[in-house]
Write a protein of this length. Structure first.
Length: 192
């Protein structure tokens, strides 16, 4: 799926409406088309507060929640998407569906800790990915979201190999107080 940010914003919004209300319609019975996006009224909005600051203790707690919540049943002990329940999972349309590999650093629903927290809270409708909003309190879901991010930290998303990052760079990346004057300088591409 290529990026489409060069299309004007209103065109991108218009094509979303076209997909939702013209393409995503089951016309098996032409007299009674079923519109997937208007079947039920929206539920209560989910308000997402600012994330807590990450700490090693929080990530360790996230690992405990991962075990308790049985995320491993689908996503596998190490998060590679190879849990015991993985074979045979289907989406709501009956198509085979694989649990996400959470170690690649590539997240379909967004890469920030808030995105992961939202996915864990709401689940992903139409897929076997459940909602954990009612079974685990906020603090547990934040801890879990940070733990998920830690599974791909410092890993090359294409090869899955650990990135070779010199200790000094690693320390700099971990330092929340360090600011680059421009985005181009953030990764040392240009001399400061
Ligand atoms: C019943 C199986 C199942 C269980 C249990 C499960 N998941 Fe998932 N999960 C899935 C599937 C399938 C997907 C992929 C959905 C897709 O690709 O659209 C997914 C996707 C995700 C994603 C989104 C990845 C992305 O690319 O954005 C995250 C994050 C995630 N799961 C975390 C968790 C966590 C944390 C737990 C435990 C609290 C958990 N899952 C439990 C099946 C499961």
């Amino acid at each position: 799926m290529p990026p489409w940010y060069d299309l004007p914003l209103n065109d991108r919004l218009a094509v979303i409406q076209y997909i939702k209300y013209v393409l995503a319609v089951d016309r098996t019975d032409p007299k009674k088309p079923v519109q997937y996006f208007v079947v039920s009224p929206p539920g209560q909005p989910l308000y997402i507060p600012a994330p807590p600051a990450p700490t090693p203790a929080l990530i360790a707690h996230g690992k405990d929640v991962w075990t308790q919540a049985k995320c491993w049943e689908c996503h596998g002990e190490t998060g590679k998407g190879d849990g015991e329940e993985a074979p045979g999972l289907k989406d709501d349309s009956g198509f085979t569906m694989h649990p996400a590999n959470l170690t690649s650093g590539q997240f379909k629903s967004g890469p920030s800790v808030t995105d992961i927290y939202r996915t864990i809270s709401t689940g992903l409708s139409g897929t076997p990915m459940p909602s954990f909003h009612d079974s685990f309190p906020d603090a547990d879901r934040w801890a879990l979201a940070y733990y998920i991010l830690s599974l791909s930290a410092f890993t090359d998303p294409l090869s899955g190999e650990p990135l070779k990052i010199p200790a000094a760079d690693r320390q700099a990346l971990d330092n929340p107080k360090l600011e680059a004057p421009t985005p181009e300088q953030a990764y040392g591409l240009l001399p400061p």
